[in-house]
Design a protein around this ligand. Structure first.
Ligand SMILES: NC(=O)c1ccc[n+]([C@@H]2O[C@H](COP(=O)([O-])OP(=O)(O)OC[C@H]3O[C@@H](n4cnc5c(N)ncnc54)[C@H](OP(=O)(O)O)[C@@H]3O)[C@@H](O)[C@H]2O)c1
Length: 230
């Protein structure tokens, strides 16, 4: 199940947008993820699939699902990178025997390169760069290895062969570097990729606004192009 929420249907198969171009949530269907899970359990019962899993489930929703599910999710695919270490959720999945997959492990692609700042994404973070240099790795390699050492599967995306190769050459991260990476988000607070909460009319993940609100404001003022899917 890609997300524990549902979008309102718009025209031509696209999601419906609010007056300020945000994706609208279908509140009724968003509450029905347990029904979706039951339908997925029937797929296992009838032999159509061996394993079923979820994505973007926070601790509260996962607990709710675990209390009622007949079949436990095999995986939870969640946004996970040094700016969003999700320690509690990771621990909860570990205890429940649910494998975690990190999506956007490098902090996602640059969506609007309007305000490129030093630490706009984990990949450009100077502290990560320093740690990576000290340990003879690239920032991407350090980030990915920091995740895999925590038992997490990573699904980085790239359009470049050189990055594909680089991302497959991971080495163990010394414990001091692991600890430094894990503490990175403490000073600034955990935050999601620059657009995720801004594209929904209401908070989908329930973890507060991130500092990229300005990007959407600029889009609304016509100072940057609207997102590609519009
Ligand atoms: N389940 C969900 O809700 C969900 C949500 C979002 C994404 N995902 C999945 O997560 C996966 C990754 O997501 P994503 O593409 O958004 O984020 P990502 O993998 O964290 O970041 C991709 C960006 O990193 C760059 N990159 C990759 N390797 C690099 C390297 N070695 N050095 C420097 N830059 C590097 C890529 O640029 P280049 O092309 O130039 O290398 C691209 O701009 C995808 O498979 C996606 O489908 C799942």
């Amino acid at each position: 199940m890609h997300s524990p929420y549902a979008l309102c249907k718009g025209s031509k198969g696209k999601p419906r947008l609010s007056y300020d171009w945000k994706l609208m949530l279908d509140q009724g269907r968003s509450r029905a993820y347990l029904d979706t899970w039951r339908a997925m359990e029937r797929l296992v019962d009838t032999g159509k699939t061996k394993h079923i899993g979820v994505a973007n489930f926070n601790a509260r929703k996962l607990r709710c699902l675990l209390e009622r599910a007949r079949i436990k999710p095999a995986v939870n695919e969640i946004e996970l990178h040094p700016y969003l270490p999700q320690t509690e959720l990771l621990e909860m999945c570990r205890e429940a025997g649910i494998h975690v997959i990190a999506h956007q492990p490098l902090g996602g692609p640059i969506v609007y390169p309007v305000f490129p700042t030093d630490d706009d994404r984990p990949l450009e973070n100077p502290e990560i760069e320093k740690l990576a240099n000290r340990n003879r790795r690239t920032s991407a390699q350090l980030i990915l290895a920091w995740l895999t050492e925590q038992g997490v599967t990573v699904v980085p995306r790239t359009t470049r062969v050189i990055h594909l190769y680089e991302n497959s050459q991971l080495k163990r991260v010394p414990s001091a570097a692991m600890a430094a990476m894990s503490s990175l988000s403490r000073s600034k607070g955990a935050r999601r990729v620059p657009w995720i909460d801004e594209y929904f009319e209401s908070q989908v993940f329930g973890d507060g606004k991130d500092p990229w609100t300005t990007r959407i404001e600029m889009m609304l003022e016509g100072r940057m192009p609207p997102p590609e899917y519009l």
